[in-house]
Design a protein around this ligand. Structure first.
Ligand code: SF4
Ligand code: SF4
Length: 181
């Protein structure tokens, strides 16, 4: 694969590793969510190698990845499939091409926002932000939230690390530079 301006994934550090993929399909066969993905991992890598960037940008595959690492530990070429899925999510989210009918991008954004703002994951903050976009889900989770609260398992007040700004700086350092497609 050649890195060029038109490849929105070009800045991903480990992207070149997919050139070592032998298309054996072990990753797809090991993936518990492959049936839900529009392109199983093997196919996603094939699309990228062909330069079908738009298809990858709009794919639901990374959003169904639950980071179980089954693909990664079994890949005969030791390709970091799971790590690449994380990187794809970041690029896709920043390009604004995540599938509109998929809830995971909003959950990820609520989760990372909590960490960026406070350095910690506060469940009530995460669910509050997510619930603004998916109010029905938020309503459905109220009974569980009440039970968790009664057992002292739900933090309502945001906890903060001593220097939350240092976390925001860490986020900035790890961001993948983006070109517009
Ligand atoms: S298991 Fe590894 S080599 Fe085989 S298709 Fe998947 S990424 Fe490619
Ligand atoms: S890490 Fe993601 S892509 Fe790999 S097997 Fe698990 S769910 Fe599938």
């Amino acid at each position: 694969m050649s890195h060029n301006e038109s490849n929105p994934f070009a800045a991903i550090t480990q992207l070149e590793r997919i050139n070592q993929c032998i298309q054996c399909g072990t990753c797809s066969g090991s993936c518990p969510l492959a049936d839900l993905m529009d392109h199983a991992p093997r196919e996603l890598f094939a699309l990228l190698r062909e330069g079908a960037y738009e298809e990858v940008l709009h794919s639901n595959t990374p959003w169904f990845c639950v980071s179980c690492y089954a693909c990664m530990v079994r890949c005969p070429r030791e390709i970091p499939v799971t790590d690449l899925m994380y990187a794809f999510k970041e690029v896709i989210a920043r390009q604004g091409t995540a599938p509109k009918n998929h809830k995971m991008p909003d959950m990820y954004q609520a989760f990372s926002r909590s960490i960026k703002d406070t350095g910690k994951v506060t469940e009530s903050l995460v669910m509050g932000r997510y619930g603004m976009k998916h109010p029905l889900d938020a309503l459905k989770s109220i009974p569980l939230a009440v039970k968790m609260q009664m057992r002292g398992r739900l933090e309502l007040k945001a906890q903060k690390v001593a220097d939350p700004k240092s976390i925001a700086r860490l986020f900035a350092l790890t961001e993948i530079p983006q070109d517009k497609p």
